[in-house]
Design a protein around this ligand. Structure first.
Ligand code: CS2
Length: 497
């Protein structure tokens, strides 16, 4: 082994590995990214890397972790370099990415993060902080009682949340006459830019009226749809990559060949020419977002919970299970009519491609990874399409089964599934409900209450009834019986209505 991946060792890498072909030391920062996890490093950072290689040298990335120092600790000795391992059955392509110039850990030094955000060279702030970090209350508004929000309002100079950092940085830029950065949300939320904009206006309002007006009127929040499957890196991955590279990389990122980014083209402070590298710049990202959330992510959540309950540790194995495969086809058939019909979406080609991607055995994407945070994910992935069907007089029997599978999988932890096998911000409240031995219908309704599913929606009760029916099947006979009731698998069809 020739030491660690770094600017100094990069010249020694084998010729098959792609490396940054630009002078990294002449890059200047233009983007601050909040949430510098594996997804960002496989997606936005790779697109920016291509722009830097194309001569756009003023768009380097400052990567910020809002919680853990792990990424900084792994990448700092590597000068921010890391390997992207792009894998499918045809093999593995290694690509070293150079777009992350520096790394900050917010809890260690919030002032340094604010300094990066207020640097006039920073013109875009991108975010992948996961659904739960938007700190929405059950009704979707800002959870202003959340301790971190309370903290950030009381301590604007040392924030903890993305909201606190953005608000303080925008305040300081406004005060010094520096134009605001564009805020580009890259999380799997519906209308993600507009959603973050609304939340930040609510947060700003709690600070002062001038900031509220500034955020509402003068800061751009384009929405974007991001897509690339990124399984968590394992020690075996690390060992294999080190073997192939001849140097150690403490945190390579695994991914698939497919990638997609659809971005609303509203960047008053400028942007890299992403469209030269396959990014689709559009007026309205809504239809693309809905298609991705409801077909890819919706199916992913279904595969995760049904896979876990059926004993499948990875997506490809679960998807190879004939019952789950048949279920996913039917889930897609249920979700597709809820998508915009006049936006030119080719759902047939899209789902065919998804089927290929889910079958990628080289990724070993763990079902437990996707199972995390279901309470935050299911509203936009499953519940929205189920409600749209009910509104249109259609039945959501497969969509509702995913909600039931989530509840059943949560309840199975500590029993059929290991304790803490996956986690959810509602875990304490869920454990409390599961401990009360409630009748199934009452349990389903109580879960909807704590998760805020379908709140205030006229079809809420009907959806709960569907979920409760499936839950009875899960309790009595696991996924086999739940599937059999839908006529899937070998059991006698339609056991219960
Ligand atoms: C997955 C997503 O973990 C999950 O919830 O559904 O991370 C999914 O892999 C990405 O959105 C794909 O773009």
């Amino acid at each position: 082994m020739n030491g660690r991946l770094s600017n100094a060792t990069i010249a020694k890498l084998p010729a098959e590995a792609l490396v940054p072909r630009y002078a990294r030391n002449s890059i200047t920062p233009g983007i601050v990214h909040l949430g510098v996890g594996a997804f960002h490093r496989a997606h936005q950072a790779a697109y920016v890397d291509a722009c830097l290689a194309d001569g756009e040298s003023d768009w380097g990335i400052v990567g910020v972790s809002l919680r853990s120092p792990d990424t900084r600790d792994a990448l700092k000795p590597q000068d921010g370099l890391y390997t992207l391992a792009i894998r499918d059955s045809a093999g593995e392509q290694l690509q070293v990415i150079g777009s992350i110039q520096s790394l900050l850990v917010a809890p260690e030094d919030p002032g340094a993060v604010l300094a990066a955000l207020t640097d006039p060279r920073t013109r875009i702030v991108t975010l992948t902080i996961t659904e739960k970090a938007y700190l929405r209350a059950a009704d979707g508004t800002l959870d202003s009682a959340h301790p971190d929000i309370v903290h950030d309002l009381a301590n604007p100079g040392s924030p903890k949340t993305a909201h606190g950092f953005l608000a303080e940085a925008l305040t300081r830029r406004h005060a010094s006459g520096t134009p605001p950065f564009t805020v580009l949300c890259c999380d799997n939320l519906p209308a993600n830019g507009a959603t973050l904009h609304r939340l930040l206006i609510e947060f700003a309002k709690l600070r002062d009226a001038d900031l509220e007006r500034h955020v509402a009127e003068e800061v751009a929040f384009p929405s974007s749809m991001v897509d690339r499957i990124v399984p968590a890196t394992t020690d075996a991955d690390r060992a294999r990559i080190a073997d192939e590279l001849g140097v150690e990389d403490a945190w390579p990122v695994m991914t698939e060949p497919f990638r997609q980014w659809v971005v609303e083209d509203h960047f008053p402070a400028g942007r890299p020419a992403w469209e030269r590298f396959g990014v689709t710049m559009v007026e309205d990202v809504g239809p693309f977002e809905d298609m991705k959330l409801r077909l890819l992510n919706g199916a992913h959540s279904g595969i995760a919970y049904l896979g876990l309950l059926s004993g499948h540790a990875t997506v490809d194995r679960a998807f190879a299970d004939p019952s789950i495969r048949q279920f996913v086809d039917r889930l897609w058939a249920e979700a597709i009519p809820t998508l915009p019909q006049d936006a030119g979406l080719d759902t047939t080609a899209y789902t065919a491609e998804l089927a290929d991607r889910f079958s990628n055995t080289a990724l070993a994407h763990r079902t437990a990874q996707i199972a995390n945070d279901g309470s935050q994910k299911l509203p936009q992935r499953i519940v929205a399409s189920a409600l749209a069907r009910l509104e249109a007089g259609l039945i959501p029997e497969h969509l509702s089964l995913v909600v039931a599978a989530w509840i059943a999988a949560c309840a199975a932890r500590g029993g059929a599934l290991p304790e803490g096998h996956f986690t959810d911000p509602l875990d304490a409240a869920l454990a409390d409900l599961f401990g009360r031995n409630l009748p199934t219908a009452t349990l389903a309704e109580a879960v909807f209450d704590i998760a805020g599913f379908a709140m205030g929606h006229p079809e809420r009760q009907r959806l709960i009834e569907f979920v409760a029916t499936h839950l009875v099947h899960f309790k009595q006979g696991g996924p086999k019986l739940a599937f059999a009731a839908l006529g899937i698998g070998n059991e006698p069809p339609r056991l219960a209505e």
